[in-house]
Design a protein around this ligand. Sequence first.
Ligand SMILES: O=C(O)CCC(=O)C(=O)O
Ligand SMILES: [Fe+2]
Length: 383
Amino acid sequence: MVRTAGPEGKGSGAAEDQCPGTAGMRRVGPWDGGDKDTSAEDSKNRDVVVPVANCGIQEYNSNPKEHMPLQDYIAYWQEYIQRGGSSPRGCLYLKDWHLCRGSPAEDLEDVFTLPAYFSSDWLNEFSDALGVDDYRFVYAGPRGTWSPFHADIFRSYSWSVNICGRKKWLLFPPGQEEALRDNHGTLPYDVTSSTLMDTHLHPTHLPSSPALEVVQEAGEMLFVPSGWHHQVHNLDDTISINHNWVNGCNLANMWHFLQQELQAVQREVGQWKDSMPDWHHHCQVIMRSCSGINFEEFYHFLKVIAERRLLVLGQGEQGELGPSAGLGLGLQQAAFDIGRLAEVLASVVEHPDFQRVDTSMFSPQPWELLRQLEDALVATRAL
Ligand SMILES: O=C(O)CCC(=O)C(=O)O
Ligand SMILES: [Fe+2]
């Protein structure tokens, strides 16, 4: 785990102990207290509608979510504290709030400063380029709110910074989750549940390989590697910023995950393979709805990221590289990225299920893009 001070640094005194209304979240807004007059901004932010999960109700391996005005959530939270940590409305957790997407700020840097280690972030680069949902989230909730056991979307990395409060993370290295499955093969909702000790229900559970437990303090950042399952508990009233991200270092993990997802869909609907025309196409449609992406969209993702790097390298070769072609990318970074993109794209174009996708309208054609990437690599090595 990498730990480092968060954007606001560590230790802003009493503000850390109490979130609603007093947090040290300087420029983000909604809870920003302090001396300056923030009333106009506050009232604008309080109109924002935010997603809220009910941590007390299990719905499959997650919690049901509703949307409510931020000001209602803050009122709920204040009341929850006044009642000593309970509410007739249950234990509500504001989570997966796309604060940046909803922000009027032109630039992410106007909302908060992205740590340099995490700046190569293709998921958010892609969603920004398309103007669609990003993978930048705010989590905020009272002590006792929690996130059930899961691995992150597309086997991405994630990072989390506590603006205030503390989180307890229960982390399992890739593969270790297998021992936690129940006798139907289902992963647990809550790894702290005593039902895991029932050897009939969980025949492969090994109490000898417990979770890696990490307490993330206020102002600390935690990095979750690809494919690590985790469960997270807020030990105090806590506000955090969390991003999911993919880059050249975990792109192959994402591609591996997508192949597994397709195989899982194909197994589920295997009985209709021979009787259903377009069965392969339907598998891609189902995959998209279950996993959020299919092979066609993955190609599109690779293409958008690749073309931006090809542009940087092309401009670099012609000596035209101003401030990294406006992408914040250096030549070496672009060349590294292209190497990783070429490796994964080579595997994608060879994949029988990708070969079944109708690519006739794709521009460039996948083979052509792969050739461009390989040519760019050769040219870079010659420099
Ligand atoms: O903070 C939480 O409740 C969950 C965070 C999480 O799962 C993540 O950042 O990947
Ligand atoms: Fe997560």
